[in-house]
Write a protein that binds this ligand. Sequence first.
Ligand code: PMP
Length: 304
Amino acid sequence: MHNFLPISYFEGQFCPFEDAKISIATHALHYGTGAFGGLRGIPDPQNENRVLLFRLDRHCTRLSKSARLLNFDLPADKIQHVITEFVKHNSPKTSFYIRPFVYTSDLGIAPRLHNVKKDFFVYGLELGDYLSPEGVSCRVSSWYRQEDRSLPLRGKISGAYITSSLAKTEAVEAGFDEAILMNSQGKVSEASGMNIFIVRNGKLIAPGFEQDILEGITRDSVLQVAQDLGIDVIERPVDKSELLIADEVFLSGTAAKVTPVRQVENYTLSTVRPITDKIREKLSAITEGRDPQYKDWVFGIDLT
Ligand code: PMP
């Protein structure tokens, strides 16, 4: 059970987390017609009356676009305002995760996106490491990443997470920590809730949007940081066999941050990971507000 932050935003107001409840007839619960965001925040190590949120603007924009894909106009600045107020109401004292959610809130049956009420809520929880920072073992899933022609993959649509759930459970039940999904073309796509990178001969290689990945905000940050560190970065299709012989493999995501992969199927990867380590250290410094070059990525919220 998680430690939830005490105050949520629900049906247009702030209320105790326990009071934010939806009906069993809620449309989105039946049809997966919701979309969510996921942001991390930490108390500012330099100022106990401030918290820092990583790339708040990007997260709000992505959620607003996900809402648009569900036929729901919810401006990014409205989301950003609610999240800022949400943080002030909770004054979190440890590292935390915010989950904003847009959904069809109607109490009616029949799958559709028109003529159906929509709403938006936000709750949060304390969150330490989501995956072991020491590294994870991955199974190549028998479930494939969906295709954009049947599901809008540029949004974080809740219904899409059936595939992630199947893949994750299949991997864990087989003794692995995490799942890596191929796309319908048989190219590496991403993990159950993270993007993936490999390193070969000093070059950082990432599957591109053609491989049906989510537009990960951590992925975008990794690519920019790597370029700034002078690392060669290539976005291109990645074959399964490249995972098995890569010099380094890592996963990126808001919850997972940068998590090294130590094993893919029965292939053990090296524990020497110079590029993963460099990027991981740089990203930690950035998220903790210690890197002036990237100060625009960190949003300070004063808790007064
Ligand atoms: N892919 C999937 C399927 C995800 O759920 C996530 C987590 N949001 C990611 C990738 C990573 O995205 P981000 O870096 O924006 O958290």
